[in-house]
Design a protein around this ligand. Structure first.
Ligand code: Z5A
Length: 207
């Protein structure tokens, strides 16, 4: 059996992760690949409860370290209950955000120490890393304008433009450091053109 792939989608708010996830699913289905779709924070009952805490208004002023640790608590559960079991069964895993989001948002956005994040990553993930990460990149104002057309902003979406500029820069820095894994997609283009770029990278790994 060919090795199942662990694929993550990343990017700042509103860049089109949800829209393109559906397209990726259609590519896998066309090749009869067995897969699951999941997301972070979330993906398990406990993770979704933590997501409500992290994105909602009830604990709006939580400390940055609390936010970081809750992200990794949700991830520990997600990896143990969903991601590792699926990969073990031979299923591909498509995940909307993963640890790169922690580097970008808690590291870049909040300014937390990247070394601490790396320590938690090693603790919680061991040797598990995504095989492919599609980083949807667009100028901050493009994503914010697209996201703004939807529902009321969550706790992260209420941050200022400078926060999202740091998030974007951190993502791009990660892509420069790990070009083999992280592929940058120009998400400012029209959806069919974004999908063409995605298909190019996926066709390299789809058997
Ligand atoms: N977070 C964190 O801080 N640390 C972590 O470790 C993790 C997460 C894992 C929840 O993420 C928050 O958690 C997130 C970071 C934090 N907060 N923020 N910001 P989320 O992924 O659930 O939420 P999100 O980033 O806000 O995603 P989103 O708003 O759902 O955006 P999206 O999925 O990337 O975009 P979309 O819904 O597909 O598209 C937005 C709109 O644009 C929609 O109307 C589309 O039809 C339209 N669209 C999409 N693509 C195009 C193109 N190419 N052209 C024109 N219009 C388009």
């Amino acid at each position: 059996m060919p090795k199942p792939m662990f694929i993550t989608l990343e990017g700042s708010e509103g860049v089109g992760k949800t829209s393109n996830m559906q397209y990726i699913q259609s590519l896998l289905e066309a090749k009869s690949i067995d897969y699951i779709v999941t997301r972070e924070p979330g993906g398990t009952a406990l993770g979704e409860a933590l997501r409500t805490i992290l994105l909602g208004e009830d604990f709006k002023g939580m400390a940055d370290d609390t936010e970081l640790l809750l992200m990794f608590a949700a991830r520990a559960e997600h990896v143990a209950q969903v991601i590792r079991p699926a990969l073990k069964k031979g299923q591909w895993v498509l995940c909307d955000r993963f640890t790169d989001a922690t580097y970008a948002y808690q590291g870049g956005g909040r300014g937390l120490d990247m070394g601490r994040i790396a320590g938690l990553e090693q603790w919680v993930l061991g040797d598990l890393r995504p095989d492919l990460t599609l980083l949807l990149d667009a100028p901050v104002e493009v994503g914010r304008e697209r996201a703004g057309k939807r529902s009321a902003p969550d706790r992260f979406e209420q941050e200022q433009v400078a926060f999202f500029e740091r998030v974007r820069e951190s993502y791009l820095a990660l892509a420069r450091q790990q070009p083999e894994r992280i592929k940058v997609i120009d998400a400012s283009q029209a959806l069919p053109d974004v999908q063409k770029q995605i298909a190019t990278f996926l066709n390299e790994i789809i058997p």
